[in-house]
Ligand binder design. Structure first.
Ligand code: DX5
Ligand code: ZN
Length: 215
């Protein structure tokens, strides 16, 4: 079964705990937490104190997507706050290999992300150190953008490489995912789907989660 990661960027921040419960009780296996620093991307979002509050309120698997320039500087704060997975961009500052090792040493899952213009091959050398990789299917920074088709061949290339090396690494895709683009991403080899607008903007949120889980 695919792992659905509803992005709380599109949730109601005045009722975050309620929205998290709604999607997890409908079967979503992870909660996608988008962290933006106003520098790596032109937007600001979720600090570690929000992760801490979510952790206190729920045992949901918190998938933290760091869209920040200096992931090495803030990773520990998000782990201390209760993140279950730390995911950072290969395009950010620092040494990806060192940070991936550090994340695992801290006892949480590790992941690295590529932006739309970064080739999949760029992260092949890190696959042994990753529990998950993320292919962005929009330019990071905002919810509600249109899916970029160019992400699918990258998902395929990563799926082939992971299979060839017999690794067990999830492939997540993020940006413009709805039931139609999500189905095509799964066909290309994605094992985890991030969806913000398509989940929290649905007329019946729980029903939409169940529809995604059938893909
Ligand atoms: C974009 C974020 C996404 C965003 C997805 O920078 O990384 O996780 O919330 O939103 P939708 O699903 O609306 O494209
Ligand atoms: Zn994201």
């Amino acid at each position: 079964m695919i792992k659905l990661a509803p992005s709380i960027l599109s949730a109601d921040f005045a009722h975050l705990g309620r929205d998290v419960k709604l999607v997890t009780s409908a079967g979503a296996q992870m909660i996608h937490v988008d962290v933006m620093d106003g520098h790596f991307v032109p937007n600001l979002s979720i600090g570690p104190q929000i992760v801490k509050s979510l952790r206190r309120d729920s045992d949901a698997f918190l998938d933290v997507h760091l869209m920040i320039t200096d992931p090495e500087k803030y990773t520990d704060a998000y782990i201390d706050a209760g993140a279950n997975l730390i995911n950072f961009h290969v395009e950010a500052n620092g040494d990806p290999e060192k940070l991936l090792k550090h994340i695992r040493e801290r006892g949480v899952k590790s992941a690295v992300t590529i932006k739309p213009k970064t080739p999949a091959e760029e992260i092949f050398k890190y696959l042994d150190l990753c529990d998950m990789v993320l292919v962005m299917s929009v330019e990071p920074g905002f919810g509600g953008q249109s899916f970029m088709e160019g992400s699918l061949p990258k998902v395929r290339a990563l799926a082939d490489e992971i299979k060839k090396r017999k690794l067990s690494c999830d492939i997540q895709i993020d940006g413009g995912i709805n039931l139609e683009t999500g189905a095509r991403a799964v066909k290309a080899g994605a094992t985890s789907l991030v969806a913000g607008t398509a989940v929290f903007g649905a007329p019946d949120i729980a029903e939409r989660v169940k529809e995604f889980l059938k893909l």
